[in-house]
Design a protein around this ligand. Sequence first.
Ligand code: CDT
Length: 315
Amino acid sequence: MPRYLNIAMGQLGPIQRTDSRSQVVARLCDLMRQAHALGAQLIVFPELALTTFFPRWYIADEAELKQYYEREMPSAATLPLFNLARELGMGFYLGYAELAHEGGAELRYNTSILVDRAGAIVGKYRKVHLPGHREHEPWRRFQHLEKRYFTPGPGFGVTQAFGGIVGMALCNDRRWAETYRVMGLQGAELVLIGYNTPVHNAPAPQHDDLSLFHNALSMQAGAYQNGCWVVGVAKAGLEEGVDSIGGSCIIAPSGEVVARCHTKDDEMAIARIDLDFCAVYKRTTFNFDLHRQPHAYGLIVERKGETLSADGTPL
Ligand code: CDT
């Protein structure tokens, strides 16, 4: 008996600075209703899905900056989404900026949550790979200040939910092989990833034309090499003058894209996935227990960067 899950992508078009959380939550609810009408049990929303992508600005005023973070979840503004989820019996993944209080300190994370079909938060993930820079760099067309506005999260866990083993990641995490492998080693069958990816990458503008290719390449490799389903969902389109890619997609453990959004607006797309389809990869080509050689991988955790001698040869 296959373990089917009807999973939807709730891709968002742009959110402008003046759009209120209530307006955005109404859009998320609309996507959730559309997904439910087609039989979805789970819908995946993007990274930082409640506001505009504020790391594009250097914001010196703390009070202004703090407006972009959530102090509680659900909040008054997001409660309608939780209520709708409960009413429809739909789960969801949602990315947002989190203001947390831990041990007397205030910490800021780029966070995602997994909410079950009863409207309860059953998983929380804090982004590990924070891209961009920490200081104001006026030479850029726009900033990417995630390193300034967030603290890296502790790591990649998995949750038993929706009849399978579910992991979460956020945006830049999807480019790193380690992200998928750490979850793969915990048996992940489904990895959910929200993203905001500007088409233009200031330090490497020669990559701009490859943005969509790199998006698919990373997630397809992660799915295949770990025998899991991957669902990547964008906030897309022209937001405050910055164009971001769409390309939201659902990828099978074979590495094949089985569903894809085709616009850069609010768009719902759905697939019926079989979580048992992971097993044929996990038991054969990527049977970790049988084929991995951890004795040869020590450098992955011992070293952070490449280490070369003065003449450029490997040490
Ligand atoms: N949000 C996010 O992580 N975006 C990055 C942009 C990289 S360029 C600094 C990404 O990897 O898509």
